[in-house]
Design a protein around this ligand. Sequence first.
Ligand SMILES: NC(=O)c1ccc[n+]([C@@H]2O[C@H](COP(=O)([O-])OP(=O)(O)OC[C@H]3O[C@@H](n4cnc5c(N)ncnc54)[C@H](O)[C@@H]3O)[C@@H](O)[C@H]2O)c1
Length: 428
Amino acid sequence: MSSELIHRNQTRDQSENQIEDSPSSPRLENSHPKTRNMLNRAPFLFIGIAIATLFFHYLPSRSTLPQNLNLDDSSLIETDLALPTRRVLLEERQERRQRVPLSVGLKSKKNKRVLVTGGAGFVGSHLVDRLIERGDNVIVIDNYFTGRKENVIHHIGNPNFELIRHDVVEPILLEVDQIYHLACPASPVHYKFNPTNVVGTLNMLGLAKRVGARFLLTSTSEVYGDPLQHPQAETYWGNVNPIGVRSCYDEGKRVAETLAMDYHRGAGIEVRIARIFNTYGPRMCLDDGRVVSNFVAQALRKDPLTVYGDGKQTRSFQYVSDLVEGLMRLMEGEHVGPFNLGNPGEFTMLELAQVVQETIDPNAKIEFRPNTEDDPHKRKPDISKAKELLGWQPSVSLRQGLPLMVSDFRLRLFGDSKINGDKGASAE
Ligand SMILES: NC(=O)c1ccc[n+]([C@@H]2O[C@H](COP(=O)([O-])OP(=O)(O)OC[C@H]3O[C@@H](n4cnc5c(N)ncnc54)[C@H](O)[C@@H]3O)[C@@H](O)[C@H]2O)c1
C-alpha cells in the first residue's frame, strides 16, 4: 500500500516536472502554483458549463406546460403518484401538442371550439343551438342513424358551425377544447342494432386524450336498471340484467362510464358524466318507441295510446331545455360527476297518457299491451347533488313542455311535407 502511494506521488511529481520542463509552456514555467492548478482544471470547467447549458435548455419550461395543469396545486404534491405520473403526463401532453399543432391563437380565444357527437339528434341539436348562441365554434359529427340534418339546418352557412357525416365507431382527429359525446341511438327501437356505446366512447376518449379536450359523457338513468332504491341517487350501483334485450344500451352506458373514469384516472383526461333521465321536446324522433313521442304521435294521428303492462310503472319527464342547461353547467363546472339530470316529478304511464289526452285529444283511446322485457317499474331521479354542486334544477313542468313538443310534431306530421315523417329521406 505505502509503496503504491509512493509510486503515485513519484509519478505525479514526474509529470509535473515534465509540464514545467516543457518548452511549449513558457508562461506556466513562471506562473504561481495556484494559477497553474486553475489552468490545468480549465478544460473540465468548460465541459461542466457545456453540460449544464444543455440540461437547462431541454428542461420543460413553465410556459410550455399544459394550461389546465396547476403546478402550484398542493394536491399534486400530496398524492403518492403525483410526481412520476404528472411527469409522464407532462411529457405525453407535450408530445401530443407536437403531433397535433393547435390553430394559432386557439387557446387564447374566449370562445371555445366544441365538438358535439350526435349533434344532429334530438338533445344534440338543442345543445348546438345554445352553444352557437353563446358564440362557440361548434363541430357536429353524426351518422344520421336516428338524427336528421333538418335539426341543425338553420346553422348551415354560419362560419361558427361545421357538420361532418361520420360514424364515431371510426376514429377521427379534430382540434377541439370540449367534447360533448351524445352519439348513440337512445331509443329501444334503434339501440338494439348498434354497438355505438363502447367503441364510440373509446374513440372519443382517445380524441380527448390526444388533443387535451374536456370530455362529457351523456350516460343514462338506465344504468340503474330496474332499481331497488327509490328515488335513485348517484351512489346507487343499479340492478341491471347483463344479458337481456336492453343490455346493449344499459350495460353499454355502464362500460362507457367505466372507460371515462379510467381515462380520467389513468391519463388525466378531464371528464364529466351526466346520467340523463327521460327527456322530451321538439325534434324527438317520431315513432321511436320512447313513451312521450309515442303517445304524442299516436294522439295526433287519432290512434289509440299504447300502454305497456298495467300502466302503473313510473317515469320522470324532463323538458329538453332544462337538460341542455344542466349539461352546459356540468361541462363548465369543476365536478366530474356522475350527476343525475332529470325532473323529479313522477308520473305513471296512465297519468302521462291522461296529460297527453288533455293536451291533444280528450277522446284519445288507451290500449293495453303486454309489457316489454326488463321494463323498469320505477324511475325517479334524486337531484340533490346537481342542485348543490351545479346549482341546477329543472324549471319546465310536463304540462308546460308538452304543448311545445306537440306543435313541433303537428308541423312534422301534417304541416310540412318535406320533413313529414319520411325517415329515409330525412336521414340523408
Ligand atoms: N333523450 C333521452 O331521454 C335520453 C335519456 C338518457 C340518455 N340519453 C342520451 O343522450 C344522448 C342523445 O340522445 P337523444 O335523445 O338526442 O337521441 P337521438 O337518437 O335523437 O340522438 C343520437 C344522435 O346520435 C347519432 N348517432 C347514433 N349513432 C352514431 C354513430 N355511431 N356515429 C355518429 N352518430 C351517431 C344519431 O344519428 C343521432 O343524431 C344519447 O347518448 C342518449 O343515450 C338520452
